[in-house]
Structures are given as C-alpha cells and as structure tokens.
Design a protein around this ligand. Structure first.
Ligand SMILES: Nc1ncnc2c1ncn2[C@@H]1O[C@H](COP(=O)(O)OP(=O)(O)OP(=O)(O)O)[C@@H](O)[C@H]1O
Ligand SMILES: [Mg+2]
Length: 435
C-alpha cells in the first residue's frame, strides 16, 4: 500500500486491537481473582457467624435444584467430633483438621472448603467449585467486555482523527492542482504543518526556477524577433529600391547589398538556432572525453576560407594533449564562435593564433588575434545577449559570446577576455574537468 494514510490507519488499528485485547485479558484475569477472593471471604464470614446453628438443626427447607447448587453448605461438629448440624441433608464432606481453606471432594466434584476450629466446636463452610467458577467467570467476562467494546470505537476515532490530521495535505494538493499553467506563484506555506513546509518550500523553489526559465525563454523570443526585424526591414527596403534602379551597374550594386543583407539575416538565424538548440538540451547528456586539439583543428579548417577571404593568417601555434569531459558539439560551438570573432574583427593582414595547452592539470584553449581588442569598460558587457560594440561595420548579431559564456558555465569552464599590450585580444577558456 503506497498511501500513507491507509498505512497509518492500518497500523494504529492493529495496535489498538492488540492493546485492547491485551487489556481485556488482563481485566478478565483480575476480575476473576477478585471474584474468587470475594467468595472466599464470604465462606470465612459465614463460618465465623454461625453461632445460631448451635441449636438443633432447623428443619430442612424444601429447596429448588438451583438454590441447592448455589448455596453454601454449613457443617458443625462438637468438640467430640460428632456432626451436630448440616445445612443440607445428606451432605457428607469429612471434617478437615486445620483452620483455613482447602479442597474437598464429593464423588468427583471438587468443593472449596473453609474450616474454622473454635473452642468446643468446628464449623466448616463449603461451596461447589463449579459454581464459584461460573460466578467468577461471568464477573470477569463483564469486566473484559467493557474493555473490548471500546476497540471498534477506537477504530472509528483513529480513522476520523487521521483524516483530520492529513487534511492539510489534501489542501496543498488541491491548491496545486487548481493552478493554471501560467500561475507559477508560490504555494502558501503559512497554515501548513511543520513537516510539510520543507516539501512545499522545495516545490516553490522549483516553481521559481521554472518561472525564471520561462521568463528567459520569453525574453529570448522577443529579443530574437527584434533582432530579425531589422535585417528583414532592410531587405524589404532594398527590394523596393531594386525596381527603381536605372542601369546595370546600379542594379548589380543593389543586388550585392541585398545578398549581404540576406547573409546577415541567415547568419543571425543560424546563431539563434544554435542558441535555442543549446538551451533545449539537457545539461547532463552526452558527456565524453573530448580532445581540445582535434576540435580546434576542425574549427580552423572550417574557418580558413573566411580567413583567406579577409586576408588573415589563421593557424594553430600550440597543440598539447588536453582532453576534457564535455559534449563535443558544445565545445565545437564555443571554439567556432571565438575563432570566428577573432577572424572577423581583426583587420586584413593580421593574424589569429589558436593554442591548446594543459598546465597544472587544467586544459585550456586560447585564441589570440592582432585586432583592435575591446575597450576595457565594455569587456564585461560583450557577453550579454545581443550586445555589440557600437560603431563597427562588421556584421554580426551579438549572440556569439553569450553562447560561449553559457556553454562554459554548463561545462564548468571559465572564459577570460583580455587585451594584449601589443594590441589585439586574447580569449582563454580554462576547463576544470580534465580527464
Ligand atoms: N576578437 C575580438 N576583437 C574585437 N572585438 C571583439 C572580438 N570578439 C568580440 N568582439 C566584440 O564583442 C561583441 C560581441 O561579440 P559576439 O560574438 O557576442 O557577437 P557578434 O560577433 O557581434 O555577433 P555573432 O557572433 O552573434 O554573429 C562584438 O560585436 C565585437 O564588438
Ligand atoms: Mg561573434
């Protein structure tokens, strides 16, 4: 049974039943002992108060069968040992010697006997043990029953009480289940029992994280839409201009402009897709040992055409064995973005050097360029989504470094951007998870 409530009820009912039966048994035993003691006391008292029987035996009364069975039988002997009186005719239990209780037999019937030796006579009072048993048992039964009838009552109380105690749980469940998908406000904690507070707090923290994630998605979507609007509007304008063009040269120029605009837009879409893809994946999936050198070489090979186009000398200057536990596609996206930036922002004739190193057990990859670098006050901001340094004519969407930062966080790496004294930028990613 998975239900706590049912388990609680089952355990408590079982417990109460066992305890109730035990208590019934004990009260049965106590009541029977009490009854026996009482009957003995009666025997003793009768024996010491039968002074009147010293006279001749009274004429035997006509007795019903039942009365005879329940009666005490009194026998009196004189000092000489002659039976002087007996309350039931024909009753022939022998005289016991010592004063006190004993057991006698008539046939196979056991009798409880009290013998009292007095100066000049002996009084003996007897009672059939079967009768005593019945009296004691019925007294004991009554005592036990009064305890046992309480057991079902206790069950009812247990069920009612547990229902009441667990009611706050139902209340929380109801509060949570009545929520709409958009309502991510914390569940109320005030009226809750202490045991439930940590659970509901944890749920509230989860709700808060969910809300942050949804907010982030919404921001991303509206940022992306904004970013797309500009190049699309430009394209539209260029298209309209196209029909107004006079001669062949003008047409060529405008088509070239449009081509560049389309390139911008599709690059932006590519970056956005990369980001959306990256954000949708679960963080822990697909970690393997990744050789940084191999990834760097692949990335360089992919960017060589761009570098040649721009007149940049792109190459690998250091290639130490460095393996990290990470997602290969993540590392590739990170390295691609860093080298892409270096190649794009470095003016023609410059150089971009990529290096992979492992020092003190920390794998690192660095991209060094001979470009303009980034103004120190803007260094912290270039990682923001859609942030671009103003006044540059190189195309871009401002997403690249924010992807780099997000990947580094996910893979437990740190990214540092620094300006070189001789000009240019050094981007270094240092991993803590070496293999
Ligand atoms: N190597 C670099 N040298 C000089 N400036 C850089 C360099 N790398 C990045 N920057 C500056 O940081 C800004 C943000 O870079 P980021 O890669 O995030 O966006 P982007 O290159 O403009 O667009 P995207 O990479 O998404 O196409 C760039 O606009 C650029 O001004
Ligand atoms: Mg970039």
């Amino acid at each position: 049974v998975r239900s706590l409530k049912r388990r609680l009820i089952a355990w408590l009912i079982g417990l109460l039943t066992v305890v109730g039966l035990g208590a019934g048994g004990v009260s049965y035993w106590l009541a029977r002992n009490d009854a026996n003691a009482l009957l003995d006391e009666q025997l003793r008292q009768i024996a010491s108060h039968v002074g009147a029987v010293r006279a001749a035996p009274a004429a035997p009364r006509p007795e019903s069968e039942e009365a005879r069975e329940n009666d005490f039988v009194v026998q009196v002997w004189d000092a000489g040992g002659a039976l002087r009186s007996v309350s039931r005719p024909g009753f022939a239990l022998p005289r016991h010697r010592a004063t006190g209780f004993s057991q006698g037999f008539i046939g196979h019937q056991p009798w409880r006997v009290y013998t009292l030796n007095e100066p000049g006579r002996t009084v003996q009072v007897s009672q059939w043990i079967e009768v005593r048993r019945e009296i004691a048992a019925s007294a004991a039964m009554r005592a036990m029953l009064s305890v046992i009838v309480l057991i079902p009552l206790a069950w009812v109380l247990v069920i009612v009480a547990i229902g009441r105690i667990l009611r706050p749980l139902d209340a929380v469940t109801k509060a949570a289940s009545q929520r709409g998908a958009a309502d991510l406000d914390p569940l109320p904690v005030e009226a809750l029992p202490t045991e439930l507070v940590p659970l509901v707090r944890a749920m509230n923290e989860l709700l808060a994280r969910l809300r942050d994630a949804i907010d982030a998605q919404r921001d991303f979507l509206s940022d992306a839409a904004h970013a797309l609007r500009t190049p699309l509007a430009a394209l539209q304008l260029q298209l309209e201009n196209l029909s107004a063009s006079r001669d062949q040269d003008d047409l060529e120029a405008r088509i070239g402009e449009m081509r560049r605009g389309l390139g911008r837009a599709s690059r932006l879409v590519g970056q956005l897709l990369g980001m959306a893809h990256f954000e949708a994946e679960a963080a822990q999936d697909g970690r393997v040992g990744v050789a940084l050198g191999a990834i760097a070489k692949d990335a360089i090979a992919g960017l060589i055409p761009l570098a040649e186009d721009r007149g940049i000398d792109l190459g690998m200057v250091r290639d130490e064995a460095a393996v990290v536990m990470a997602k290969p596609s993540d590392i590739r996206m990170l390295v691609d973005n860093l080298i892409d930036n270096a190649v794009r922002y470095t003016p023609s004739g410059g150089r971009v050097d990529v290096g992979v190193s492992q020092q003190d057990g920390e794998p690192a990859i660095s991209v060094v360029d001979s470009g303009p670098g980034i103004a120190p006050e803007l260094l912290p901001r270039v990682f923001d989504r859609f942030f671009r340094v103003a006044g540059q004519d190189i195309e871009g969407s401002g997403i690249g470094l924010s992807i780099v930062k997000a990947i580094a966080e996910r893979e437990g790496a740190r990214v540092e951007l620094a300006n070189r004294r001789e000009g240019g930028l050094v981007a270094t990613v240092t991993f803590s998870r070496a293999v």
